[in-house]
Ligand binder design. Sequence first.
Ligand code: PMP
Length: 392
Amino acid sequence: MPVYPRCGVRPVRGEGVYLFGEHGEKYLDFASGIAVNCLGHGHPKLVEAIAKQAATLMHVSNLYGSPQGEQFAQRLVDNSFADTVFFTNSGAEAVECAIKTARRHHFANGNPQRHTLITFNNAFHGRTIGTISATNQPKMRDGFEPLLPGFRYAPFNDLAAALALVDDTTAGFLVETIQGEGGVTAGTDEFLQGLRKACDEHGLLLILDEVQCGYGRTGKMWAYEHAGITPDIMSVAKGIGGGFPLGACLATEEAANGMIAGTHGSTYGGNPLAMAAGEAVLDVITKDGFLDHVASMGERLRSALEQLIPNHDTVFDSVRGRGLMTGIKLKDDAVAREFVAHARDNHGLLTVAAGENVVRILPPLVIEESHVAEFVERLSDAARTYVPVIAE
Ligand code: PMP
């Protein structure tokens, strides 16, 4: 199925912060597989853990329980708001699990009519029927109808509009703490705190989608920490496996009270190999000083980008995001998708286009100062040589 547009890069090997193409081309990877390769490519701890586990036990059915899954789940609980964890293979499945957990919570509490989630314009939650139903974007939904009922949409960061949608059928809110695909837009503290308060007052559930913004990317373990709140349910993926396909739905015991044995499942979710990968990543990112390193690299990158803008003020507009989840918004005459292709093909720089004409910068969390300097230099060259394609 040719659902992915072709581009000029075909990486065949990765090493640290670099990717190499089939003809030896070298790319500075500030995309990280879209926020996945948080330890870069070929991190020895991750490679070793996967190899060791593959030789010991690659897969076993959840029917027999999973000591590896229990151990990793406990470590996630110890490092988050959550009491309980369900493992998945992707972000979309983690969001699906979050939606099911919320519906089932109200069902178990005798309120089955509370099945509708309020979600937000410009969101991205995945590509399954459930998760595209949770988005309000025609480009993801057209031709896939009928979609799942049970979602209503409000403008992002508009608390009053979201609260105005709450009625007797509302189960809660589903929101990215920082919108990634939508354009690296952080939920404001007032917005996120307001949603939390409304949930507390009306018995609703706050579901945060931290598939892209969680797991150390912002310089804190979870993006919600910046707003001083906690969710009831949270979807996680991408960085959690460092490149191994892994996701998780985390929840408080109360929010997950309807998810009892037999209600949900996954053949591969919590597979020993995925758990070994997850633990190896967690070992690294919970090491003393690691998150401070991410925060300081994020600040360094941000200030370097801010200094760059005046020199290229026909291309760059402003910097957004937190930590190493950074975006640079382009001026109206420039086009993010075109600029990303130009930087890739002519300057060996990998970034990702996002909504609102933003170039997303999502480097591995292990970058050093020298990588930031190299990135900014190449980005500056790319801006200097970029010529927008003027539509006829
Ligand atoms: N939620 C968010 C916030 C995401 O950014 C993504 C992926 N970009 C997803 C969910 C879906 O994850 P996956 O592609 O692993 O299904």
